[in-house]
Design a protein around this ligand. Structure first.
Ligand code: FES
Length: 219
């Protein structure tokens, strides 16, 4: 059974705007939905003086609604200040697309979450967060709960991939219960770093895999 997509959704799915990556982006965010295993990655370039989003691009590994909503969101956010962009919500994106089938609302939520996280990461990186709370292991775990294992669509905490987290003086070490040659080791490492590195008081994040940890222990 085909879903009742609006003409605009189909048009944006077929010809999405702002697709791709931004080299040396000021902020990056990846959001995945455990419900369907789809992912969207968003890149921002922000003018540091005016805080206006100069460029925004996305890559989607999601369905037609996700591609269409991510596309419309990048159009809504482009040339807006980060304060204005924070107010963009899934309803606005859905309305701009002439509506979404109810079962596809989460696809729009996913795209909006990616925008919100990218802005949050930007603010952390620039040290312009309103509440400068020192990072704790609990906060790190909260961010890790959004790193999805592409194989199962579940987050890395749920599948017990995270064996150890240590936090010392702005340095974070995370031990992952996989070998470094696992097919998704590279993706998982990149995403963990992407989630934790922007935190305002974190200087470096090291992700170690089991085989590397064993080697490091050997004299
Ligand atoms: Fe998962 Fe659309 S993003 S079904």
């Amino acid at each position: 059974m085909s879903l009742p997509y609006s003409e605009k959704v189909i048009e944006y799915f077929k010809n999405p705007k702002n697709v791709g990556e931004i080299e040396n982006a000021d902020a990056v965010a990846t959001e995945g939905s455990p419900a369907c295993g789809d992912m969207v990655k968003l890149f921002l370039k922000v003018d540091p003086d005016t805080r206006v989003i100069e460029d925004i691009k996305f890559k989607s590994y999601g369905c037609a609604s996700n591609i269409a909503t991510a596309s419309i969101i990048t159009e809504l956010a482009k040339k807006k200040s980060i304060e204005e962009a924070k107010k963009i919500n899934w309803k606005q994106a859905s309305d701009a697309l002439g509506g979404l089938p109810p079962v596809k609302v989460h696809c729009a939520v996913l795209a909006v979450d990616a925008l919100k996280t990218a802005i949050e990461n930007y603010e952390h990186k620039r040290g312009i967060v309103t509440k400068k709370e020192p990072t704790t292991v609990k906060m790190i775990r909260k961010r890790l709960a959004r790193v999805i294992n592409p194989l199962t669509g579940l987050d890395v905490l749920k599948v017990n991939f995270v064996k150890e987290i240590s936090l010392n003086d702005g340095k974070v070490d995370i031990l992952v219960d996989l070998n470094s040659d696992h097919q998704f080791a590279g993706n998982i490492k990149e995403e963990i770093k992407e989630r934790i590195e922007p935190l305002w008081d974190i200087d470096r994040v090291e992700v170690l895999f089991l085989d590397q940890a064993v080697k490091a222990e050997k004299p």
